[in-house]
Design a protein. Structure first.
Lengths: 396, 298, 276
């Protein structure tokens, strides 16, 4: 809406928000400020409470305790149709008995606005659906329905637009396109967007702030790059991208570094990148930060780098990069991504290799909860199955 | 043999609607439920009381309140062969209907493609013509001079040399009349089966017969149970087919209730018979549902 | 042989459909008959008499009109009451849900002769005069359950997010009902009403018990069956059949066009008759 008259956009505050279903807290004492005009993503696995949070903001679910306010205005007690908040529903929830025009006009008509024609036409132009105005929702493609859903919500000029897995029903290519499209619309209208998704790539591409949620609480909040580069919990390290996590114990400090002993090796973690309180520390590094070298080239490794020796157990070529699995002396498999910039000369299965990475890419996490928190349970199950298959095979 | 893993497409189920406890619910329920209470439930009580009434001596057709459980004994002794006949006729008709309906329902569910809706309309369309007239039409079709009877007679398949006014005609009429009640629940159950399951089964078991026995048939069980009940219950209580297509030797329990109630005005006997019929059907239904393991059907 | 094996189910399906229509064909054919005796059971000669003089036999048309009146009144009331129950069942929490469900299920599982007899027992005990009123009461009673089942299925099949979306878009509870819920449930209610009318119109057993001296169309046919059914009855039945078929086919055509984009056809006929 290019002609958006100046209306002060205000921050959305959630204070001590809790929602219990029976004894289970779906959302647990959540306090959060979403800055006005930002594109904010709530990221988490299904059942983490992100959708419940969204529904409470929309007024479709009553919080057990806590408050929701926009600026100084407490909206906790307002019902859904009284709130200056609109939602883009998962799988859109377009009214099947109304055409596109009437779908988009619905909110305006309910508020008793008489002349809706020009506003609706303008909105349909924004989402590039002008010619479709008199079609029924079922006659539209998935991507078009998605844009109708956005238009139907945005036309009401809400203070906050909520998006519940808005791209979940679209195929990959269309999803990419819609990510860019949504971002464009958000920049154009300047409304606060709160976006709920389980797709980390979607959250990172679109949002300027991402909050990773886990069992009703926020694990970490920040700019996508900051969260990725410096996860503060094992959950975030595993949930957002992939991480190599090595369990160890705190030994000493050396300058600005914390030294961690693990299986006879010592790893350096910069003190400002170490979030472990106790003596159990998990040393983490992202796969693309690791360099893989043949054992004979070990002398080329910079002196202060963290390093370890291992054997290559798997090589998969993925086009942009090559993915190695390296088995350590203590039988852990680490993942290494190598950019395919060098022609030929890749390590092969069975090669003895040395891998190394800079301490500035290393992070230290609290080790009390184990290394698998936040990993996809299906992946864990597969790994367990593989392990038992391997042990069966070795027994036979 | 290649084993294929079918993809599990589909979306997350929609959120559950929040149910509000409120007076509105009771207000919405009240008129309709009161109607059912007064004109369905209470009549059962009066039916039961009527079945225990005693005749007033000297006044034929007049009865007074009583606890004459002997009415049940009398009714049962006199009518147990009729009861038996009703259940046998209804049972045979139900099995025949199942055999006739299953392939049709299967075809509509899996093979009919764009003809599916039209075929469903064709299944219910005959019900738009009067039930009585349709039954009456079988009198013409099965008449002694008709081709059905003469064909079967040349093959020497008819013990009495005729169909009309025999038990065969009554069963044929019952089968025909309640067939849609078998087809539709079967179709509804089969339609819910993911065709990929059957493909996966043929992929794993290879033989279509085994695939049917191990996958399609068990999954269609709710439809089979619903269909057999919806056919059996009205068939067991019906008396139109017996009246129009059978002879006096083929009377069913419905005929007995009707004549006792309306012609003989022997209300206690008629009520006792109705009550026994209802009780017998309920017992049958519940044991059947238990056996078939489909309690959730209710 | 291979072809036969492959298409056996299809051939069977077509044969069953033909079987379903044999009596209809007989009814239609005999409506053009000029029967030899008083029984219109076998073909004698072609005649249009029944069609040109459709009310020619006393009682035929008046009983037909009586049935239509009863059908309309009982359908209207039963649809209203049944729809209300369906909304309560799907949308509200209340005590006694299982008793309610049982009371709705039982009329569909009770043989008509038992329902007819028990209702008559009530009316006799209350010395309630039998006639159009008692028949309408009885019809409403047995139609309600079918309406509840049909409308309930429609309500349950509705995406709850549609109503949430309406609430989100500034519709207060009344507006949600008026602009979203009701229009979406309406096809189910219409289907239920159509089913209710056809059940009422064609009911013989329950009506016969509670009609007293009133003659509905089925009761007329029953009485006439003893002394010979007039050809006019066949003509009227053919007419009803064709009208109903046209209504249903039109409904199918409209909903088919409306839902062309959806992969799953949801024919009203299925909710119509799946009772449980």
């Amino acid at each position: 809406m290019a002609n958006n008259e100046a209306r002060p956009v205000e921050d959305l505050h959630l204070r001590n928000l809790t929602k219990k279903f029976g004894d289970v807290a779906a959302v647990d004492d959540l306090t959060l400020t979403i800055p006005a005009g930002s594109f904010f993503a709530l990221l988490g696995a299904s059942g983490c409470g992100k959708t419940t949070t969204l529904r409470m903001v929309a007024g479709l679910e009553d919080p057990t305790s806590g408050t929701i306010s926009i600026g100084d205005r407490d909206i906790t007690g307002l019902r859904a149709f009284e709130r200056p908040v609109n939602t883009v529903f998962q799988s859109y929830a377009l009214f099947p008995h109304l055409d596109i025009f009437e779908n988009v006009a619905f909110g305006l008509r309910r508020r008793g606005i008489k002349d809706v024609k020009s506003t609706v036409d303008q909105m349909l132009d924004l989402v590039e659906l002008g010619p479709m105005a008199r079609r029924k929702p079922t006659q539209l493609s998935g991507g078009q329905q998605q844009r109708v859903a956005v238009a139907r919500a945005l036309i009401n000029r809400p203070d906050v637009l909520l998006l519940d897995e808005p791209l979940g029903a679209l195929d990959l290519k269309l999803r990419r396109q819609m990510q860019i499209e949504l971002k464009r619309i958000q920049t154009e209208v300047g409304t606060t967007f709160v976006h709920v998704t389980h797709d980390q790539e979607e959250a990172m591409t679109m949002a300027d702030t991402v909050a990773v949620m886990n069992s009703g609480r926020i694990e970490q909040l920040g700019h996508p790059a900051d969260i990725y580069e410096l996860p503060r919990t094992v959950f975030v390290a595993n949930f957002l991208g992939q991480s190599n996590l090595i369990t160890g114990t705190r030994s000493a400090n050396s300058g600005d570094d914390v030294l961690v002993q693990a299986s006879g090796l010592t790893f350096a973690v910069p003190a400002d990148r170490c979030f472990a309180e106790g003596s159990n520390i998990i040393v983490g590094v992202r796969p693309e930060k690791i360099t893989i070298l043949d054992e004979v080239d070990a002398d080329r490794i910079p002196e202060h780098h963290n390093r370890l020796s291992g054997r290559v157990t798997d090589v998969s070529y993925t086009g942009v990069s090559t993915q190695y699995l390296v088995q350590t002396a203590w039988d852990q498999e680490l993942i290494v991504f190598e950019q395919n910039v060098v022609v030929g000369d890749r390590s092969e299965v069975g090669d003895a290799v040395v891998i190394h990475w800079s301490p500035r890419h290393t992070f230290g996490l609290d080790g009390s909860g184990g290394t698998s928190v936040g990993m996809d349970p299906e992946v864990l199950a597969l790994e367990a199955m593989n392990a038992s298959l391997i042990s069966d095979a070795s027994e036979a | 043999m290649v084993a294929v893993v079918p993809s599990t497409g589909g979306q997350a189920p929609p959120a559950v609607t929040v149910k509000r406890p409120s007076r509105t619910g009771y207000i919405l329920l009240f008129p309709g439920m009161a109607w059912l209470g007064v004109f369905f439930a209470i009549p059962f009580v009066t039916l039961f009381l009527t079945s225990l009434q005693q005749p007033i001596p000297g006044k034929s057709g007049k009865y007074k309140f009583g606890l004459e459980f002997g009415n049940y004994v009398t009714a049962f002794t006199e009518y147990w062969p009729v009861f038996l006949r009703s259940f046998v006729y209804a049972g045979i008709a139900t099995i025949l209907a199942l055999c006739i309906a299953y392939p049709l329902a299967y075809f509509i569910a899996f093979r009919a493609g764009k003809w599916r809706s039209l075929m469903l309309v064709l299944v219910i369309a005959p019900s738009f013509a009067s039930f009585l007239l349709r039954t009456y039409a079988w009198k013409t079709i099965l008449s002694d001079e008709g081709i059905v009877t003469s064909t079967l007679n040349t093959l020497h398949l008819l013990p009495d040399g005729r169909i009309l006014n025999t038990g065969i005609a009554v069963v044929a009429g019952l089968t025909y009349n309640f067939l849609p009640f078998m087809i539709l629940p079967l179709y509804a159950a089969l339609e819910k089966i993911d065709p990929r399951l059957i493909e996966a089964a043929s992929d794993l078991y290879a033989s279509p017969q085994t695939a049917f026995r191990k996958v399609t048939w068990p999954l269609s069980m709710p439809g089979v149970v619903a269909g057999t009940l919806l056919t059996f219950i009205p068939a067991a209580g019906d008396y139109i087919n017996a009246e129009l297509l059978g002879s006096t030797g083929n009377r069913m329990i419905g005929n007995a209730i009707q004549t006792n109630f309306i012609e003989f005005r022997d209300y206690p006997t008629a009520s006792a018979l109705s009550f026994m019929l209802m009780a017998a059907i309920l017992v049958l239904v519940f044991t059947y549902i238990r056996r078939a393991g489909t309690e959730d059907l209710l | 042989m291979r072809w036969l094996r492959k298409n056996l189910v299809g051939i069977w399906a077509v044969l069953v459909l033909i079987y379903l229509f044999i009596p209809i064909a007989v009814i239609m054919l005999l409506s053009f008959n000029n029967p030899k005796g008083k029984y219109n059971l076998s073909w004698n000669e072609f005649s249009l008499d029944a069609w040109t003089n459709i009310c020619g036999v006393p009682g035929v048309c008046s009983s037909f009109v009586t049935s239509i009146e009863i059908g309309i009144v009982s359908t209207l009331i039963a649809t209203l009451l049944g729809t209300m129950i369906a909304f309560a069942l799907v949308r509200y929490r209340f005590r006694g849900r299982s008793t309610t469900n049982l009371l709705i299920f039982l009329p569909m599982a009770t043989p008509e002769v038992v329902m007819g007899a028990s209702l008559l027992a009530l009316f006799l005990n209350l010395r309630f005069p039998l006639g159009q009123g008692t028949v309408i009461i009885a019809h409403i009673m047995f139609i309600i359950s079918f309406v509840v089942v049909t409308v309930k299925a429609r309500l349950q099949g509705m995406d709850p997010r549609l109503e949430e979306a309406a609430r989100d878009l500034y519709a207060d509870p009344r507006a949600v009902f008026r602009y979203v819920t009701f229009p979406l449930v309406l096809p189910g209610i219409m289907g239920a009403a159509l089913l209710g009318f056809s059940l009422s119109f064609d009911d013989f057993i329950i009506s016969f018990f509670n009609a007293g001296t009133l003659v509905t169309f089925p009761i007329y046919i029953w009485g006439a069956a003893q002394r010979g059914i007039p050809v006019q009855v066949n003509a009227l039945a053919t007419l009803v059949f064709l009208i109903a078929l046209v209504i249903v086919l039109t409904g199918q055509f409209v909903s088919h066009r409306r839902r062309r984009a959806l992969e799953k056809p949801a024919p009203i006929t299925v909710d119509l008759m799946s009772r449980s």
